[in-house]
Write a new protein. Structure first.
Length: 165
């Protein structure tokens, strides 16, 4: 996996204390992006899923980690590897929050390996690009008003987009 970094304990990337994986590489290039250093797909560093899992297991044993957050960069460009990570995290009892610059509707038609599987193992999807004109610092877990916090489990069950916020 091409990685921008890991924040082992965060309270701003989803509900509760979370282990956050920032992947490297983003094609969206949103104006006002807070992480432009994650755009270059050749930047960051290589890490195996096994290496990230080792760090996650250690953290989960020692701390009150509630979930795994996949952020970036664009997680859905490295979906196959992140599916493996998310599945193992779920076995540890963690929930999975995934951030993306794509909308859910775009992802549902995106023909890239692992995209459907990553959607299937994600509990909460924060979707859409950051739009500077719609920036709102009062929003929880997202930067602009167009971005949605989607309950994917309920969305799958009910066949329509169910928002958490
Ligand atoms: S999708 Fe996220 S990481 Fe990518 S450019 Fe937009 S704000 Fe930055």
């Amino acid at each position: 996996m091409r990685m921008a970094g890991i924040v082992p304990e965060s309270v701003v990337d989803g509900p509760g204390v979370r282990f956050v994986v920032f992947v490297q590489g983003c094609p969206h290039h949103c104006t006002g992006c807070h992480n432009p250093e994650t755009w270059d797909p050749q930047g960051g560093k290589e890490m195996t899923v096994k290496e990230v899992l080792k760090m996650l297991r250690k953290k989960v044993k020692l701390h009150h980690i509630k979930g795994l957050t996949l952020s970036g960069g664009e997680p859905f460009l490295q979906a196959e590897e992140l599916v493996q990570l998310a599945k193992e995290a779920r076995k540890m009892g963690l929930d999975v929050v995934t951030y993306t610059g794509y909308t859910l509707e775009q992802l549902q038609t995106l023909d890239l390996p692992g995209v459907k599987e990553l959607l299937a193992v994600t509990d909460v999807l924060v979707d859409g690009p950051f739009i500077q004109e719609l920036r709102d610092i009062s929003l929880a877990f997202r930067g602009s008003k167009n971005q949605r916090v989607i309950n994917l489990a309920a969305t799958r069950e009910q066949g329509q987009v169910i928002l958490i916020a």
